[in-house]
Ligand binder design. Structure first.
Ligand code: URA
Length: 428
């Protein structure tokens, strides 16, 4: 006989610090997904979880219940091993763009189901949509065929994938319950497990531009997600990577696509190239593929895979990318050495310039963003450009100028400076 529960006693149990039974978790998530547990009840339970946590058994069950609320893709028929990467989000984090075709060119299938940006961190789909003609919407058949033939797909997740998470995330966003390690971990992992990948590398960002600003919390999040993935039979590892400074020089949509193409053509900023290669090595190791991603990048094989991926989704890889109508530079107020370029400040400035959206569903400006002229460690003369602001609407410069200028710290040229580490730790 199926157990009968009521939402109020489940909320009270978690409020009082008790562990929920498997039956209580399954009942709550399934009824919430069907609209039978009210939003206010689920919001109260999210707050109780925020305050009292979930133990390992509860977390695994909660994640499984979110997966079971929708469809689970089956990619077992592919001839290539599947492996994916997920970043917890950062500023200038365009790594999915060069990484997906690179790992595909090495023989894996990379099923990237991505999202759009909200707030100061950009979204992969917004960046790719700046390519004329490119579409993130694929039928399940086209998705699988592209994975088999080219090896890489970046597409929008269907609403049938972990629908309970979609509803819960929207509630958490407006009830102060986003920054909970069990809720973040189960939210991310339910979508990644439902997507059907056999292996997963997590890029957990740490620093001013990240969800988790301190390394201890980021490590706890990484360990929690690795445990969930492993328990679900997905080979999962995590790297903790620095996010105090944006990745590369470009922050926005089209400008990040252009920088990614530079990396795919063998150039580009050294940090973007390096992180792409480190994550590719990790993904290939988990997929059991013995290939050298450096060779695939330098031979042009990864660039060819990128062109094929863009074309397969209706895009023209040779079309000029959209440009912002206006630009304005922010100049250095003094001479010296740049010792900080704060990721959060620069991310918020790019967002205010139109690269991001304030509310779900708002359009983004493809050409808007920030191009850094100087990064930490560089010497600068007073009056030299620190960064260029890009916007379609000149009025937006007033909202970003001060914040962008304040994001740079300039010290004496002789000031001690050590470059921030790109890879901070790993969890497997
Ligand atoms: N990304 C997600 O998908 N879920 C969270 O809870 C946080 C970030």
């Amino acid at each position: 006989m199926t157990d009968v529960f009521d939402a109020v006693s489940i909320i009270a149990a978690k409020r009082d610090g008790n562990a929920l039974t498997d039956g209580q978790i399954d009942w709550t998530i399934s009824n919430f997904a069907q609209g039978k547990v009210a939003d206010e009840q689920m919001a109260a339970l999210a707050m109780a979880v925020f305050l009292n946590g979930l133990d390992r058994r509860e977390l695994v069950r909660w994640t499984q219940a979110m997966i079971d609320s929708g469809e689970r893709l089956d990619l077992s028929g592919l001839s290539r091993p599947t492996v994916d990467k997920h970043s917890t989000g950062g500023v200038g984090d365009k790594i999915t763009l060069p990484l997906t075709p690179l790992v595909a060119a090495c023989g894996a299938a990379v099923p990237q189901l991505s999202g759009r940006g909200l707030g100061h961190t950009g979204g992969t789909l917004d960046k790719l949509e700046s390519i004329p003609g490119w579409s993130p919407f694929l039928s399940p058949e086209a998705f699988t065929a592209q994975l088999e033939q080219i090896g890489g797909v970046v597409a929008a997740a269907s609403s049938d994938l972990a629908p309970a998470d979609r509803r819960l995330y929207a509630l958490r966003d407006v009830t102060g319950t986003v920054e909970s390690i069990p809720l973040i971990a189960s939210s991310i992992m339910s979508k990644k497990i439902a997507e059907g990948t056999g292996a997963l590398v997590l890029d957990v960002k740490v620093g001013s531009g990240a969800f988790m600003r301190d390394a201890a919390r980021a490590r706890e999040l990484a360990e929690t997600m690795v445990a969930i993935g492993t328990d679900a039979g997905v080979r999962t590892t995590a790297l903790l990577t620095g996010m105090d400074t944006p990745l590369g020089f470009a922050v926005g949509n089209a400008v990040e696509v252009a920088e990614s193409v530079d990396v795919l053509r063998g150039g580009g900023p050294s940090d973007v190239r390096e992180l792409t290669l480190v994550l590719a090595e990790e993904m290939l190791r988990l997929a059991g593929i013995d290939a050298d991603p450096r060779a695939a990048l330098d031979s042009g094989a990864a660039y060819e895979a990128w062109r094929a991926m863009v074309r397969a989704q209706g895009g023209d890889p040779d079309a000029p990318l959209p440009k912002a109508a206006h630009q304005e530079t922010v100049l250095a107020p003094r001479s010296g050495r740049v010792v900080a370029a704060d990721a959060r400040g620069i991310g918020v400035a790019a967002w205010r310039l139109g690269a991001g959206r304030e509310r779900q569903g708002d359009p983004v400006s493809f050409g808007a963003g920030v191009l850094l002229a100087k990064r930490p460690g560089d010497l600068v003369e007073a009056g030299e450009p620190l960064a260029t602001m890009l916007a379609d609407d000149k009025g937006r410069f007033d909202r970003a100028r001060g914040l962008l200028a304040e994001s740079f710290a300039i010290a004496d040229p002789s000031a001690e400076f050590s470059a921030p580490a790109l890879i901070l730790d790993r969890v497997d």
